[in-house]
Design a protein around this ligand. Structure first.
Ligand code: NI
Ligand code: MN
Length: 225
């Protein structure tokens, strides 16, 4: 499983030649100006919730790529009304393909589009494949519901928000990694805006002091898990 960080909470995940784009917010992110959205590949676009910093570039990318937008019912209907391909889920439901599955799981947050349209109840995804399993928490506080995840999936890595203010911060993300039973954490939702700036080295050492790894990717950087 190849994971590329595209800034904020946007990742491109490649599994067996299939490209999954998560929460595309690139054109509005001044830190990600080197990423060219017209060249991004996407077979599927997974959206955790409807906030602008997670969906901004969805429409333009989906129009060009014909990617299937996978999200909660309300978000799926919002894009279906724009004649885009969608697959609606609700919490606990799994989208199953030949190469991967994505289960929509609980998050504690809110969800509305920039135009005020209701964006359903926010979530995260547990992405499983023959190769590796990845948890994408979405925007969330730490929640006891995270304890359910290792009851159905043994994770290889977890993408957790660490920027505080709008989501959990570093200390709570360490607790979250305990709850999901995964010590390899990839940071997201930090540094994009002043209220979510972090000291990355301090965050990494806090994780390391608990025997955990916090991976802080540069925008455009890839890792294989
Ligand atoms: Ni949000
Ligand atoms: Mn957000």
């Amino acid at each position: 499983m190849k994971i590329k960080f595209l800034g904020h909470s946007c990742f491109s995940i490649e599994i067996n030649g299939i490209n999954i784009l998560i929460d595309p917010f690139i054109s509005g992110n001044s830190l990600a100006s080197q990423i060219d959205i017209s060249s991004l590949k996407a077979d599927f676009i997974l959206l955790t919730h409807a906030h602008q910093d997670h969906v901004l570039d969805t429409e333009v990318i989906a129009e060009r790529t014909n990617a299937v937008i996978v999200s909660n019912y309300e978000i799926a209907m919002y894009y279906a009304a724009k004649d885009l391909q969608v697959h609606a889920l609700n919490h606990g439901g799994t989208f199953i393909t030949e190469n991967f599955s994505a289960k929509y799981v609980n998050a504690i947050h809110t969800s509305s589009f920039a135009d005020g349209t209701y964006g359903g109840v926010p979530g995260g995804f547990v992405i499983t494949s023959k190769d590796k399993n990845l948890y994408v928490a979405g925007d969330t506080a730490v929640t006891m519901d995270m304890k359910l995840i290792p009851m159905f999936t043994k994770l290889d890595a977890a993408i957790l928000p660490v920027g505080d203010t709008f989501t959990m911060g570093v200390e709570d993300a360490i607790i979250a990694s305990d709850l999901v039973e995964c010590n390899k954490v990839i940071a997201c939702h930090f540094n994009t805006f002043p209220p979510i700036e972090i000291d990355a080295n301090d965050a990494k050492s806090k994780f390391a002091s608990k025997g955990k790894e916090l991976i802080v990717l540069e925008i455009g950087e890839n890792i294989h898990i």
